[in-house]
Design a protein around this ligand. Structure first.
Ligand code: SF4
Ligand code: SF4
Length: 91
């Protein structure tokens, strides 16, 4: 299942997509995320999966901004940490 977190505003689209079918629950994406935008949760199926924390969902543009000037979407810390390529940022 693909979980989409984010929004569109006047300056563009800001989404984080997490494919829980590809995810192996290693937790590495959450470990490397400085502001804890990504956290590990237990979902309704008792699976431990990453999610975008509620308090960051409407602020991805700003909260992920410190990661973005130095790298393209594939080099973001959370994306680079994910071996199964389960996380995609769109902006
Ligand atoms: S881009 Fe940076 S701040 Fe945003 S989720 Fe990934 S590691 Fe966290
Ligand atoms: S790094 Fe990838 S595989 Fe590991 S918990 Fe995060 S999304 Fe899942």
């Amino acid at each position: 299942m693909k979980a989409n977190y984010g929004y569109k505003d006047g300056s563009g689209e800001f989404f984080i997509t997490i494919d829980t079918d590809k995810c192996n629950s290693c937790g590495d994406c959450a470990k490397v995320c400085p502001p804890k935008v990504i956290v590990m949760i237990t979902n309704d199926y008792d699976e431990v999966v990453p999610a975008v924390a509620e308090e960051h969902r409407k602020k991805i543009k700003y909260d992920c901004a410190p990661c973005k000037p130095v790298s393209g979407p594939r080099n973001l810390p959370c994306v680079a940490a994910c071996k199964p390529v389960a996380i995609v940022h769109s902006w």
